[in-house]
Design a protein around this ligand. Structure first.
Ligand code: RIB
Ligand code: CA
Length: 325
């Protein structure tokens, strides 16, 4: 029986790759994909979810619902410099030789049910079963906890792409984007009494997709779904790779969000340690920092497991087989 999951996403480029991995993993049954503001404004996020789903021959499309348009307290700075002003590497502006848009706006419309209500409804419908995979800011998740904490404690676990524990941040020396975008939401989730697994930059920076691999699969793919999928991965990662080449000095891109999905698919890919995790919400220099000591439990009872190592080869193989091939 596949595991039931919700994917909560701020559908940027690596989020799109995470959606492809989740949808093409038979171990998972994607009950819903919920959008949250983060990399890009919410309206882009929902459109990008449908654009990503459109390259799949998925027999059934999960419910798509839109969530929060802004963080709980802080003002949001979108990541257009990394994910493009459309959130998907500029693919919405790609045209073919005839001047027709390569990826036209989808005609689907999201559910009329708000993402927060959908999350709490599903948590109540599948107590002990449902895994929530959060690959954007935790605004929707925190709102769901505030709305119905008891139902949310029925979640099997929340897998969070977020944080930086024994490595530097990516939006400040100490903070990772998803946590930094809404630190108040992240602290509410840390205090919710729900089993948490953090998939932080400590491991996601090892989940690397080489540009040559992207091009190799795109060149080898025939027509049909595999060809459309490989072309989409090539098209939506092009500017994302260019950012990594220019700013990170690598010829490829980090697969932050796909690794969080992979943990739901095959948890043995990572090594975790129990830890008390809290989030700085008021520091001038440290807002958004995940505050934890992975060396000891001196600072309080563990409220999470933190990924400290990843089997890079096994993850890369899984990603290539499921998303690129
Ligand atoms: O820090 C990486 C995270 O921030 C990823 O989820 C990426 O999509 C951005 O949202
Ligand atoms: Ca994301």
């Amino acid at each position: 029986m596949p595991g039931r999951v919700i994917l909560d996403t701020d559908t940027g480029v690596d989020d799109a790759l995470a959606i492809l991995l989740a949808m093409r993993s038979p171990e998972l049954r994607v009950e819903a994909i919920t959008g949250v503001c983060g990399n890009t404004p919410l309206e882009n996020c929902v459109r990008n979810i449908y654009l990503t789903l459109s390259v799949l021959d998925a027999h059934e499309t999960p419910v798509v619902a839109q969530g929060e348009v802004r963080p709980l307290v802080r003002e949001l700075a979108f990541a257009g410099d990394i994910h493009g002003d459309d959130g998907l590497g500029g693919v919405t502006r790609l045209v073919d030789a005839d001047g027709r848009r390569a990826y036209p706006d989808p005609d689907q419309r999201p559910s009329t049910v708000h993402a927060v209500d959908l999350i709490t409804d599903l948590a109540g419908r599948y107590p002990g079963e449902l895994i929530l995979i959060a690959v954007g800011p935790l605004t929707n998740v925190a709102r769901a906890v505030m709305k119905d904490p008891d139902r949310m404690r029925g979640l099997r676990e929340i897998i969070i792409m977020g944080g930086a524990f024994e490595t530097g941040g990516n939006v400040s020396p100490v903070a990772e984007f998803n946590i930094h975008a809404d630190p108040h939401a992240a602290q509410i989730v840390c205090d919710a009494g729900i089993p948490l697994v953090f998939v932080p930059l400590d491991v996601t920076r090892q989940a690397f997709l080489d540009a040559g691999t992207i091009d190799r699969f795109a060149a080898a793919a025939g027509t049909g779904e595999a060809g459309a999928r490989a072309a989409f991965v090539r098209d939506c990662t092009s500017s994302y790779v260019a950012f990594h080449r220019q700013k990170r000095g690598v010829n490829g891109c980090f697969l932050h969000d796909p690794l969080a999905v992979a943990v739901a698919v095959r948890e043995e890919l990572v090594t975790t340690v129990p830890a008390r995790v809290d989030v700085e919400t008021a520091g001038d220099l440290t807002t958004g920092m995940t505050v934890s000591d992975l060396r000891s439990d001196r600072w309080g009872d563990p409220n999470a497991r933190v990924c400290t190592a990843v089997d890079v080869q096994a993850f890369t193989r899984l990603f290539e087989e499921r998303v690129l091939a």
